[in-house]
Ligand binder design. Structure first.
Ligand SMILES: [Zn+2]
Ligand SMILES: [Zn+2]
Length: 340
């Protein structure tokens, strides 16, 4: 005769602990709760250590995951669900209360997660002034403008936080130094510095030269410090320049300057380091009235000194018409209609 389970009254093959297998599953706890490890948190950047240092947006999410990792549920348990609520007890302690729902029963638990604060390696390097590369931001033709430097700084912010999110933890700016002709950016990671240069070049044009010097040895290996000399074009589309004694309009800038002669046809691409004087910008052209004309010249009033000045004749403009001029010191540059 088969034994009868005293709990459910059903016949069974084997009684163990005085129950059939089905009752054992229902009554024995399918849940084991382990003590979670202390959570190491960087006091500088808030990163947590999970095998390696990772940036986190929400530490409570990390704690929830830790709790889930600490709860072991028997694989044969049915309809498993885990609920929990977190309470921060102090700066370094969270209390987590919750329950595991399994086999149509609740298995409550209370856990304490301890937080230990320290400095992650990238924060301690950063505060120690660590850098692998220097990006020298300079410009052809003149010093970089404040607007250009702001644009570079903005690129640093956006790019470096993206790189840090991707795990490039040394993508930080150690310091910025103002120097004659521009700024020097000290960057934690040489890789991040290189990416910064590539990004700035693609946004603003210019040229890049790289050099490296031996900075010492670490862990038996030579450590090089890399210098990226980044030179912005110093010119932008719409600038009017004097090139080889003739006025030209800058139509575009990449790693070369694309020029069009102000009076004449054709265009040319010249290297960024060709000597050029900036005369002004097309956006600063002002309008004045033509008083007289002859075969080669137009007489206009100088807009600031109000004295009559002869300027070069441009196509399609006659006495009585409006003429766009660029003020270059005491002289005026007549601007052909196609640039207005
Ligand atoms: Zn039973
Ligand atoms: Zn940190």
């Amino acid at each position: 005769m088969r034994p009868v389970c005293p709990r459910c009254g059903k016949e069974t093959d084997l009684l163990e602990n005085g129950m059939c297998a089905e009752c054992r599953l229902r009554h024995a706890s399918p849940v084991k709760v382990h003590t979670p490890e202390t959570l190491r948190v960087c006091r500088g950047c808030g990163a947590v250590f999970e095998g390696r240092w990772v940036d986190v947006d929400d530490i409570e999410q990390v704690i929830r995951r830790r709790v889930l990792d600490s709860i072991e549920v028997a694989p044969e348990a049915k309809d498993v669900d885990i609920e929990m609520s977190l309470a921060q007890m102090s700066s370094n302690m969270y209390r987590v209360e919750g329950k595991v729902v399994a086999n149509e029963r609740n298995w409550p638990f209370v856990l304490h997660i301890r937080l230990a604060y320290e400095s992650c390696p990238s924060c301690s390097r950063r505060s120690g002034g660590y850098f692998e590369a220097v990006v020298q931001v300079r410009s052809y033709a003149r010093s970089p403008t404040e607007a250009e430097l702001e644009r570079v700084r903005h690129t640093v912010d956006v790019l470096f936080s993206r790189l840090r999110e991707k795990g490039e933890r040394l993508a930080f700016l150690t310091k910025e130094e103002r120097v004659r002709g521009g700024i020097d950016l000290y960057v934690g990671s040489a890789k991040a510095a290189k990416k910064l240069c590539t990004e700035v070049l693609s946004q603003m044009g210019g040229t890049l030269t790289t050099s490296s010097t031996l900075a010492g040895r670490r862990d038996g290996r030579d450590v090089y410090r890399i210098t990226y000399a980044l030179r912005l074009p110093g010119l932008s589309a719409g600038d009017v320049v004097s090139y080889k004694g003739e006025p030209h309009v800058v139509v575009g800038v990449r790693d070369r300057v694309h020029l069009e002669p102000l009076y004449g046809r054709g265009s040319r691409h010249v290297p960024l380091d060709e000597p050029m004087d900036v005369l002004g910008k097309l956006s600063n052209v002002i309008s004045t009235t033509v008083l007289e004309e002859d075969a080669t010249a137009l007489l206009v009033l100088h807009p600031s000194t109000l004295t009559p000045v002869w300027v070069r004749r441009v196509e399609g403009v006659h006495a009585g018409d409006e003429l766009g001029v660029l003020v270059v010191g005491s002289e005026l540059l007549a601007i052909p209609k196609r640039y207005l």
